[in-house]
Design a binder for this molecule. Sequence first.
Ligand SMILES: Cc1cc2nc3c(=O)[nH]c(=O)nc-3n(C[C@H](O)[C@H](O)[C@H](O)COP(=O)(O)O)c2cc1C
Length: 102
Amino acid sequence: MADFELIVLGCSTWGDGALQDDFVEFYNAMSKEYFEGKKTAVFGPGDSESYPDFFCEAVVMIEKKLRECNAEVVAESLKIDGDIEPALGEAQSWGLGIAKAF
Ligand SMILES: Cc1cc2nc3c(=O)[nH]c(=O)nc-3n(C[C@H](O)[C@H](O)[C@H](O)COP(=O)(O)O)c2cc1C
């Protein structure tokens, strides 16, 4: 993390509001040591129809953790609902917006 000033994290949500398995180790290791003062943003896909109470909960969890680590969250988190193919344009605009602001 030390080499980067802007860190964009992406994670889908599984179970009932759980992180995807391969993100758990990284999540547990997130600390001020790595994220204090860093510019960050979070995105992830989910499904609001099937999981209305846990929609994109992984995104919510990661954003919360970043704030606890005193990172700066520079953009509203991108939550992609359902099929990701139609949302690719939105995701690209979101990423470009962050890159331009940076
Ligand atoms: C078993 C299972 C549990 C899921 N749990 C959630 C959830 O809690 N919240 C949510 O927003 N989406 C949930 N999803 C939706 C996935 O996040 C979504 O299918 C995935 O991000 C999109 O990737 P895919 O196109 O490979 O399915 C779940 C999907 C499955 C199959």
